[in-house]
Design a protein around this ligand. Sequence first.
Ligand SMILES: [Cu+2]
Length: 467
Amino acid sequence: MNKRISMLFTVAAVAVMGATLFGSTYTQTQISGQSLDIAQMDANVIEQIHQMGGLQLVMPQAFAETDCGVLADSGRNFVEFNLTGESVELPIMGGKTYSAMTFSGQVPGPTLRVTQGDVVQMTLTIPDDEVTGHGNDMHSSQMTALAFDSVNPGETSQYCYIAESAGVFKYHCSGVHLIGMDQHVFSGMYGIAIVDPANGYKKLMVEKTSGSGELDRKFYDADALEFQLQFNQLYLNEDGNYDAGAMFKHQNSATVVNGIQFGYVPNMLHNILLKGDANKNIFVAQPWNGLELEHMQSQLMYVENDQHVRLFVENHGNEPVYFHIVGEILDRVTQGNRVQSAATETWLLGGSQNMIVDLVFDEPGAYAFVNHDYAAIYTGGIGLFVAGDPFGLNPRLIDAGILTDPVPSYAYALGNPSDAVPPMGANSIAHPAVNIHGLYTDDVVSEKKDAGMIPLWEVIPTLPPVP
Ligand SMILES: [Cu+2]
């Protein structure tokens, strides 16, 4: 089958499938009444599909309008989740910017954290001066994005749902009546909802051998130090605008974690601490290096040894994520609220798929987490956890007066990056400190400062020199 015929077949199949599922509103007459201009197929496939109605076959009346008032009075815990759709310029690697679309001025958007059974009231506001409308598809709901449709500039809209299923769930802009959804998502309009299990998380059991090698088990309390890692790609042209052609060909221009390429690798401070020289890089790629980069300077993630760590991982992208931590084993992998694997080296996440990884870092050291696809690693899909005090810095930091006593992780001195720290849940261990790091607008940075998060770029120059 040649390419054009095969593409026509695909589009027709979408239409016929829609007619089968929703026959009462989409008839054969409608299908035959619309024809595709094959010559324009490559130019604007999405628009063609839209013209055919192939992706808009769902009957609005088939969806029960969920009454926020009824749910608010249901006696369930009621959580408001307010988002704003904003197009802004945000930094990319190499000192340039790109045309980003955001939920509330940050990429990824704010993380929603609720408990299974809670009512969520999602409100999306689009400012008057915004260039386009936006939607929001919450995967933690069980309502079609079409019921919500999209919101025009200068308008606000909301819907309510019960978060029935525990787990990690993507949310993402659904475009303008679904048109441009790919552009809006890859430009930054995505985030996650964490729905904690109603009965809390489970203890973590790790098999260990002890004594002369007999098998033993070690149990860790359900409470854990938590991080969020959201993988995606950028598809940009030279001008920093979305390139749909590159997306269709799966030729991304960057692999990002929480919106940034190489956002969790060492910076000049680590160079000073380990090599005594801000300009002697200790990591092969340190593109976000320099205090003048402020909240964009790369940061590391610090954990204690023998501590229960929980990672909420989502793949928002078009490429698989082969999640692996170099030098560690994923002690437990959970999807939804069901354990999928224990003691596994790597776990595969397809597009819009997620998992919760529970693990313990046994030995002091630096551990790279990667998408173990080499193309992804080399284009930014890598970051570092540092467990314990592998570099023996405690005495030096105490001598310098930065610390008074030895600490079990560098988080006590530097904090963990704000974009990797999810909101607290019932089984969360509080991070010792949180620094401001992320793909944020200046307004979001101000909010983080007001919330007590540390602007390291302001604090570090005031610290005494490390001996
Ligand atoms: Cu949008």
